[in-house]
Design a binder for this molecule. Structure first.
Ligand SMILES: [Mg+2]
Length: 247
């Protein structure tokens, strides 16, 4: 009897969880592009593709094309060259010098701490595989502030990734969400943000460096409702309703 009361109490709490969910992309969002991880990744991807028998020029073109076309170079490599994604993960993401390049930024930690957890859950939403995502969050000292991570599962044949609708649907399912109006999302990739927005994710933010003529960091809203920000701190003014109010 006691057990069933406990179980029902738990179910009631889950069903009553009407908090919104804030999805953070990880790479080049929770740390700045100036850390140049993207470049390090590019070098390793091109080397990997060249190793399949392409000239370095062809490798460069292919990697760029797949990255644009599929949101993730690896997606194209799996589809058209039948490569083993786990081998790719070991030789590309697994070899990135993250510990040397990434720096803990207390202001990003404070930003995540200041999200009111009685109103919002915080999850990661990445096109990387889980080991890389975890490694980044640990170095940035954010792992205890991110409650769940939706990642590309490189072990699954034909795994899905952003910006595919299926991927966003899978993310919501994993989080137990059915209402896209409860989704907040920030990503440095415009295509990913626009795709989520088109699916009805309510509060989509594109993180990109933008300055006005005076060199001031600005945020603007586009016609599809996506807001562009130049610093993560601007999330406090774009999404004031989910941050704790400091006296
Ligand atoms: Mg990113």
């Amino acid at each position: 009897m006691g057990d069933s009361i406990t179980a029902n109490g738990y179910v009631d709490r889950v069903l009553a969880d009407d908090r919104v969910l804030v999805w953070f992309d990880i790479d080049n969002t929770l740390y700045p592009a100036s850390a140049k991880i993207g470049q390090e990744m590019g070098v390793r991807i091109r080397a990997y593709v060249a190793n399949l028998g392409f000239s370095s020029e062809e490798a460069d073109k292919l990697a760029t094309r797949y990255s644009k076309q599929y949101g993730l170079a690896l997606r194209g490599l799996v589809r058209h060259h039948a490569i083993d994604p786990l081998d790719f993960d070991r030789k590309v993401d697994g070899m990135l010098p993250l510990e040397d390049k990434l720096k803990f930024d207390p202001s990003v930690r404070k930003l995540l701490e200041d999200i009111d957890r009685s109103k919002a859950r915080v999850w990661g939403l990445t096109n990387a595989f889980l080991p890389h995502a975890k490694r980044v969050l640990q170095i940035l000292k954010l792992d205890d502030l991110v409650e769940g991570i939706v990642f590309c599962d490189y072990r699954v044949k034909d795994f899905t990734c952003k910006p595919e609708a299926e991927y966003f649907g899978m993310a919501m399912k994993q989080a137990g969400l059915s209402d896209p109006s409860k989704c907040y999302f920030v990503d440095d990739n415009r295509g990913h943000v626009d795709a989520a927005r088109a699916l009805g994710w309510a509060k989509c933010v594109h993180f990109c460096e933008r300055e006005n003529l005076e060199g001031e960091k600005i945020h603007t809203e586009r016609e599809n409702g996506v807001v562009e920000i130049a610093t993560l701190e601007q999330l406090r003014s774009v999404w004031p309703e989910i941050f704790v109010k400091h006296p």
